[in-house]
Design a binder for this molecule. Structure first.
Ligand SMILES: [Zn+2]
Length: 260
């Protein structure tokens, strides 16, 4: 098996026993590193702790947008951690806009989330770090506006879904997207893979988020990425080995991490 990196996983959302088992199996499946994203202050602290104990865990610090806004105190504490661990963390994330929360509750004030996102984007710019973005459909356009306004190019739109126009804009701006295991059964993701340049692609699980198809009933594990690579290889009409090499190179260059 060729080495690969899971570029988006929520380690703190796993049950402890499964997390331990999963981490002990990474070498077996040639998963050399994980980009571990954070949801809130507590999550940032846990991700940081694990990343100190295990070099394969590369932490991203941020506040997930699909929840109520944090207090000013929590924002300050996360900001403080980001400054303090600027050299150790690989990115700011997960940050973005609350698409699903807004669908459920139209009373949510989007401008407040935009303000918080802009705060994180400016921090990323100041510290020269990439951003891990949760921004889908029309929200992705709003985020593109902000990135363009601040002349930022190191953007990773994880599990991206959106219109053809948005896709073209993101390709042109050099933004990265990452492909989840649902690519083996989702037509929409398959057409996105055909469309998006291979040198702007990465792979992820967004674990423990569960998948359907051949993964139904299974706890999401980074090893599932090997199925994604097979599918990408088929859709791009290139040998799997080329896909592995390119995805690995894309990830270490984008996140500025050492190859193993
Ligand atoms: Zn996520």
């Amino acid at each position: 098996m060729k080495p690969i990196i899971d570029t988006h996983i929520h380690l703190d959302m796993y049950e402890e026993s499964f997390r331990d088992q999963m981490l002990s199996e990474l070498d077996l499946y040639s998963i050399t590193q994980l980009i571990a994203v954070s949801n809130d202050l507590h999550s940032c602290l846990r991700t940081l702790t694990w990343s100190m104990e295990d070099q394969r865990i590369k932490p991203a610090l941020g506040f997930h947008p699909e929840q109520s806004l944090p207090t000013n105190q929590e924002i300050e504490q996360i900001t403080d951690l980001i400054h303090r661990y600027a050299n150790h963390m690989v990115a700011i994330g997960e940050v973005g806009l609350p698409y699903y929360t807004r669908k459920k509750n139209p009373g949510v004030i989007l401008s407040l989330y935009v303000e918080l996102l802009e705060h994180f984007l400016l921090l990323a710019k100041e510290l020269d770090k990439p951003v891990v973005l949760h921004a889908i459909y029309e929200d992705a356009d709003l985020v593109c506006d902000l990135l363009e306004k601040h002349e930022m190019t190191r953007a990773h739109f994880h599990w991206f879904k959106g219109s053809a126009t948005t896709i073209d804009r993101m390709k042109e701006n050099g933004y990265f997207i990452s492909i989840t295991p649902d690519c083996v059964y989702e037509k929409e993701v398959q057409s996105l893979i055909r469309n998006y340049p291979l040198d702007q692609l990465m792979v992820e699980t967004d674990g423990p988020w569960p998948f359907e198809g051949p993964f139904k009933g299974k706890i999401t594990h980074p090893k599932m990425i090997h199925d994604s690579v097979e599918k990408i290889s088929e859709l791009k009409g290139l040998p799997a080995e080329n896909i592995y090499n390119q995805l690995y190179k894309n990830t270490i260059d984008f996140y500025k991490i050492d190859s193993f």
